[in-house]
Design a protein around this ligand. Structure first.
Ligand code: PLP
Ligand code: CA
Length: 309
């Protein structure tokens, strides 16, 4: 990909890049906020972008919130008002994918959060939350005995705090019963970083467990897969050449943006570092080149000076 530069976005270049864009796609955690706290200057920067007429969309791999819940969080943290249709979470996009891919009346067996169920309800996809009745009992002899719902034609794996061996058994049984049963994962994030260098296992670990048992690969809805960008492009008139993807992770946000022909901007308030970028730049492996962003900022608050007229 012709050697991306990863230059700091500032001064006249920042003004020109922003002038040339009509849409910005924002990753959320690590870019706009960390946990429940807005990153300093982020609400002001987005307020300025919205006031200057830019379309702002939110593209997140987190499957544990609905579109509506994101608009409420944005409002609570002082960001400019967003409508649900501007939010592309992996729960919403997974429901949209199943609506396209499943025949009418077919159901999904879901490992995930209440938000994932809510998005499936909104899309009209019948689904089995793995409530106790849908799962085998605690003894090994029960594991192959729980009833299977005849209408299930997909297994969907999202962030599930209550992931269990019994759920994994049931998912495998659906996938073995019907070779045409879809296997869909919301995202492959391996870890969710916590303050102080700690982390918790991400949805990628759960998707891998089901893939390993089933001996097949899941279709992934979230970044870096372009499906989540295609969802944005199907709802809005998006010109990739006039769209900026802003993210904190090279292997999800930046890779998706580069793959989709967007201008990519890394912010250093989250997971990835400039040292990692430099490592990729020095490698001549094309796969690593596609992890290099066009630009970086320390924080999206650094865009503020370029937005003053
Ligand atoms: N998945 C889960 C369950 C999360 O909690 C998070 C971040 O909080 C993410 C994924 C990553 O989200 P994003 O794509 O907004 O960085
Ligand atoms: Ca992020």
């Amino acid at each position: 990909t012709g050697g991306r530069r990863c230059r700091r976005l500032e001064g006249d270049a920042a003004r020109a890049v922003l002038r040339g864009a009509d849409t910005l796609l924002f990753d959320c955690d690590g870019v706009l906020w960390r946990g429940e706290a807005a990153l300093s200057g982020a609400p002001a920067a987005l307020g300025r972008l919205a006031a200057s007429g830019k379309r702002l969309c939110y593209v997140t791999n987190n499957s544990s919130r609905t579109r509506v819940a994101y608009t409420e969080k944005l409002r609570r943290l002082g960001f400019p008002p967003a409508e649900p249709r501007h939010v592309f979470g992996s729960a919403f996009c997974a429901a949209r994918y199943l609506r396209q891919a499943l025949p009418d009346g077919a159901a999904a067996f879901v490992l995930g959060s209440p938000a994932l169920s809510a998005e499936l309800d909104a899309a009209g996809i019948p689904h089995l939350g793995p409530g106790p009745a849908a799962l085998p009992g605690p003894a090994p002899a029960d594991w192959a005995q729980a009833p299977l719902e005849p209408a299930v034609r997909a297994v969907l794996v999202g962030f599930d705090e209550h992931f269990s061996y019994a759920k994994l058994c049931q998912a495998l049984r659906y996938l073995l019963r019907d070779p045409g049963c879809l296997l869909v994962g919301t995202n492959r994030d391996n870890r969710l970083p916590l303050e102080g260098g700690s982390a918790i296992p991400g949805t990628g670990c759960l998707v891998k467990a089901v893939e390993t048992a089933a001996e097949r690969e899941a279709f992934i809805v979230g970044k870096p897969n372009r499906y989540i960008f295609d969802c944005v492009a199907s709802e809005f008139d998006i010109d990739p050449a006039r769209t900026i993807m802003v993210g904190d992770r090279l292997d999800t946000d930046i890779l998706m943006g580069n793959t989709c022909g967007l201008t990519t901007l890394l912010t250093l308030t989250g997971v990835s570092t400039l040292e990692e970028v430099r490592g990729h730049q020095e490698s001549d492996c094309p796969a690593r080149q596609s992890l290099v962003p066009d630009y970086y900022v320390d924080s999206i608050a650094d865009l503020l000076p370029a937005l003053e007229d």
